[in-house]
Design a protein around this ligand. Structure first.
Ligand SMILES: NC(=O)c1ccc[n+]([C@@H]2O[C@H](COP(=O)([O-])OP(=O)(O)OC[C@H]3O[C@@H](n4cnc5c(N)ncnc54)[C@H](O)[C@@H]3O)[C@@H](O)[C@H]2O)c1
Length: 437
């Protein structure tokens, strides 16, 4: 590494850090990325990718010469002045954000070392101020990340917006970060640190609220005989509402929404404000994961000894991330009712095996459906839309499918011999509440 510190430093090489490192390298920068896990650093240094993310392996291979992975913080501090902090901020038992990894990074820096901290990790509003107080000689920029797993490279390279928060005195550092992002396009929002931190939390909480809202609308649709896909289509054309995040399902999961909603609720509570709406968003989401069990019971009666196949396990398609996946709660509830659970996921199987001890794993969608009394579509992987559903029906003991993501065409499934039920979609032969003779 050269002594002029012209490389970009990335600290924490998980989803956000690895994508950030690969994308900055793709734009032409030299990047040095540090993680504390030697096995991860060794694998990446050998050119092996550690996560499933479309386009990332190609990017890493193409830019290998510009990318260095290390466990050594000194090596990073020698090579880079802008340090992008991308470490994890999981929830604590209290629901607050656990900032121990962030604090550990801060403890390795010294005032006047010529470095700038650029915080990409999602942290509660106020974190930047407290770090700036503890490290007075180190400029601080908040640059929250908005990428989505499954399209992370695309999102990073073509952002809707880039938020850059810098307080008085740190404007030049904010300018330096803005210059890095300018070639990517997207509006650059310059603001103060606390507002940047709030933009991230508020955005995720709003999206989670939209999901819980449409899930509740779906549940009411089931009661009154309306079809939520029609309702969402009609709502989404209103420009004030928009069509995104209006697809009901079996609840949001992943490493961000659950913890960020909780962190914002706790942040408000710690400041003396009771954020009532977020309580409901969280509760609706938890209940939504369980509702599908009731749908199965409606068709099958007791689930004791029944074989239930889960199609997909990851919290969303195109990723192997199992953090807070709805499938974890669903599998536990099904097992709690005495069902035998079998599962297939195109990429998350290896990770899921360690989390779902009692679940039987299969290598294909058709195999997992063999002899099943019912199937639940948990993750909307494209290959499930292309499945030979007539062949699938033949293999099942009872061709019953609960489409937890409203992903499949009900008429196609029914034509293939399935009893099909989605979320908030009209169930064939059902009588809406209050309309029976
Ligand atoms: N995953 C997403 O889709 C996403 C999107 C936007 C924002 N975020 C936020 O970005 C942050 C990172 O998320 P992630 O999903 O990439 O996490 P992750 O768990 O995948 O990766 C974090 C990495 O940081 C490493 N690490 C921990 N302490 C370290 C230290 N002291 N020095 C160097 N490395 C260290 C860990 O070993 C791990 O490899 C979180 O705050 C998250 O909320 C995540």
């Amino acid at each position: 590494m050269s002594g002029d510190r012209d490389a970009i430093g990335v600290i924490g090489v998980g989803w956000v850090g690895l994508v950030t490192a690969a994308c900055f390298a793709e734009v032409g920068h030299r990047v040095i990325a540090r993680d504390i896990l030697p096995e991860k650093v060794e694998a990446l240094s050998r050119g092996e990718i550690t996560i499933h993310e479309p386009g990332l392996a190609e990017l890493l291979a193409r830019n290998a010469e510009r990318l260095t992975f290390t466990t050594d913080m000194e090596e990073l501090l020698d090579a880079a002045s802008l340090l992008f902090v991308c470490v994890d901020t999981p929830p604590t038992v209290s629901g607050d954000a656990d900032l121990s990894r962030v604090r550990s990074v801060v403890s390795e820096l010294s005032a006047g070392g010529g470095h700038t901290l650029v915080m990409k990790s999602t942290v509660p509003a106020g974190t930047g101020h407290s770090i700036r107080r503890d490290l007075p000689g180190v400029p601080y920029v908040s640059c929250p990340e908005f990428l989505k797993e499954g399209s992370a490279v695309e999102d990073f390279m073509h952002p809707d917006r880039v938020v850059i928060g810098a307080d008085a005195g740190d404007e030049a550092s904010g300018d330096a970060v803005a210059r890095l992002y300018e070639p990517l396009g997207g509006e650059i929002v310059r603001t103060d640190v606390a507002s940047a931190e709030m933009i991230k939390l508020a955005s995720n909480a709003f999206l989670a609220t939209k999901i819980s809202f449409v899930n509740e609308i779906a549940n009411v649709c089931e009661e009154v005989g309306a079809d939520v896909t029609e309702v969402a289509r009609g709502m989404g054309l209103d420009q004030r509402i928009g069509p995104a995040f209006l697809r009901p399902g079996i609840g949001y999961g992943g490493s961000c929404f659950p913890k960020d909603v909780s962190a914002l609720k706790m942040l408000a509570g710690n400041s003396g404000y009771h954020f009532q709406l977020l309580n409901a968003v969280i509760e609706v989401n938890e209940l939504q994961k369980r509702r599908v069990v009731g749908k199965l019971q409606k068709h099958l009666g007791s689930l004791l000894g029944k074989r239930v196949a889960l199609l997909g396990l990851a919290f969303k398609p195109h990723t192997d991330d199992m953090r807070e996946a709805s499938s974890l709660v669903l599998a536990a509830r099904l097992e709690g009712e005495g069902a035998e659970v079998a599962a297939y996921d195109p990429v998350a199987g290896d990770i899921a095996r360690g989390l779902l001890g009692a679940v039987e794993f299969r290598d294909s969608a058709l195999e997992v459906l063999d002899g099943a009394d019912a199937a639940i579509l948990v993750t909307e992987w494209p290959e499930f839309a292309e499945l030979d559903w007539a062949a699938a029906a033949e293999r099942m003991a009872r061709p019953l499918l609960i489409d937890g993501r409203n992903f499949l065409d009900p008429s196609l499934l029914r034509g293939a011999g399935f009893e099909y039920e989605g979320i908030g979609r009209v169930v064939e032969g059902s009588v809406p509440a209050g309309t029976a003779d």
